[in-house]
Design a binder for this molecule. Structure first.
Ligand SMILES: C[S@@+](CC[C@H](N)C(=O)[O-])C[C@H]1O[C@@H](n2cnc3c(N)ncnc32)[C@H](O)[C@@H]1O
Length: 224
């Protein structure tokens, strides 16, 4: 039996969206270099539309494959995503949800991005598996009914910890939590990297460099 992630309609949408994201990223990097900007950007707030509203900022294919396999192999049925953008990561999560008989609740602050994400999911044949909630995820994800099996954090990094803490009471035993861009965080007290790597009684965590970024992969053990 062919896995959902290998269906032609899904591969086609992912290929196109990954290509477009790569092209947008390299164009923007060239523009920054031209005006003398180098190094990582300071983390903007999600309300900074100039940075967020039209940018993919999406995970790469290797990261997507890892998300798919982790969600699929753990049998995750109730999947939550913080930061859906144009739906690239959402497609990987929805493919796993489809194979597992589950669903994804995503979140996105910008209406144009949510619309485009849902169009991509429709084209991939996965829209029936996904609801993307519009608005600030610290509010829109607050009434999700648990148990939640799998969480992907990829929105405003300063909100990873509050979003995850707000979901904790509804996490399933042994839920998996994946977060992107851990290389942008120092690991000092007060940031998410510190939060998930220094409480082994609550979260078993490893950091993994993959593709163009760094994931944290954590397993939840319940409140200490
Ligand atoms: C890095 S991008 C997500 C990329 C996406 N996960 C993918 O791989 O295709 C971050 C997205 O999160 C959204 N976002 C950031 N903070 C948010 C918040 N508080 N509530 C809802 N969406 C938020 C941004 O608008 C942006 O589209």
């Amino acid at each position: 039996m062919i896995s959902t992630i290998d269906q032609v309609s899904i591969r086609r949408v992912l290929q196109r969206e990954h290509d477009a994201a790569r092209h947008q990223r390299s164009t923007r990097q060239a523009e920054r270099r031209a005006v003398g900007e180098t190094g990582p950007r300071p983390g903007p707030s999600f309300r900074d539309a100039a940075y967020y509203q039209h940018s993919y900022l999406s995970i790469g294919p290797d990261q997507g494959a890892l998300l798919y396999f982790l969600a699929r192999a753990s049998g995750a049925c109730r999947i939550v995503e913080f930061g859906s953008s144009f739906g690239v990561s959402t497609i990987y999560l929805a493919a796993a949800a489809s194979d597992n008989g589950g669903h994804v609740i995503g979140s996105e602050f910008y209406a144009n991005k949510r619309e485009r994400a849902m169009a991509n999911l429709r084209e991939a044949g996965l829209d029936a598996r996904v609801e993307i909630r519009l608005g600030d995820a610290t509010e829109t994800l607050s009434d999700i009914v648990g148990p939640i099996d799998f969480v992907f954090l990829d929105g405003d990094k300063s909100l990873y910890q509050p979003v995850l803490e707000s979901l904790e009471s509804r996490l399933a035993a042994d839920a998996l939590i994946i977060a992107d861009n851990l290389d942008h965080l120092t690991g000092d007290p007060g940031d998410f990297r510190h939060f998930v790597t220094t409480q082994p009684d609550r979260y078993t965590t490893r950091l993994m460099s993959i593709g163009k970024g760094m994931f944290s992969v954590s397993q939840w053990h319940g409140k200490a």
